[in-house]
Design a protein around this ligand. Sequence first.
Ligand code: GRF
Length: 202
Amino acid sequence: MSEKKARIAVFVSGGGTNLQAILDAQKSGIIKSGEVVLVVSNSEGAYALERAKNAGIKAETVTRKKTGSQEAFEAELERLMAENKIDLIVLAGFMNILTENFTSKYPKRIINIHPALIPSFCGKGFYGLKVHEAALERGVKLTGATVHYVNEIADGGEIIMQKAVEVHDGDTPEVLQRRVMEQAEWVIFPQAVEKVSAELMA
Ligand code: GRF
């Protein structure tokens, strides 16, 4: 294993519980081949920014609104990636679909977590509670989470890790969302960050 750690940027939009899981995993040593050096939020006031601050990590806010267009938004993100010498981009509840113009510049260097077992309940329109609503509506007995590489197809990149979670009778979308986070997302996302970081630095 090389001594050099992958420099990680985590992109967030909301609460940042997955960011927290990654930061905790860094502390506990589950993540040892990479280091979060930057948190980027596309929404002002996201609680994830507080989490970054509490951990003493540099945080930036870049909004589509302020930058004016998706192109300018992505150009600003690119600038930040270069400025901070980022090796790996981790999308942790980032609510913006990055275009091919951006993703093609970081092949196998952007990963995302999706709260279902891809290829179920994924792609455009499947985000947040909608994913769990769809799973309950279909009546699946197992759902879960998937970490995958990000390319130009929404939720379409190569799968890195998956974990299944049981659906229980009487689950609401909120209850199921919480179980998927606790039992799958917060477990496999840090593991996948370590795996990809180690591979990048090998
Ligand atoms: C998670 O369910 C994640 O799978 C999805 O967005 C949610 C983010 O939650 N992509 P948080 O901001 O990490 O708490």
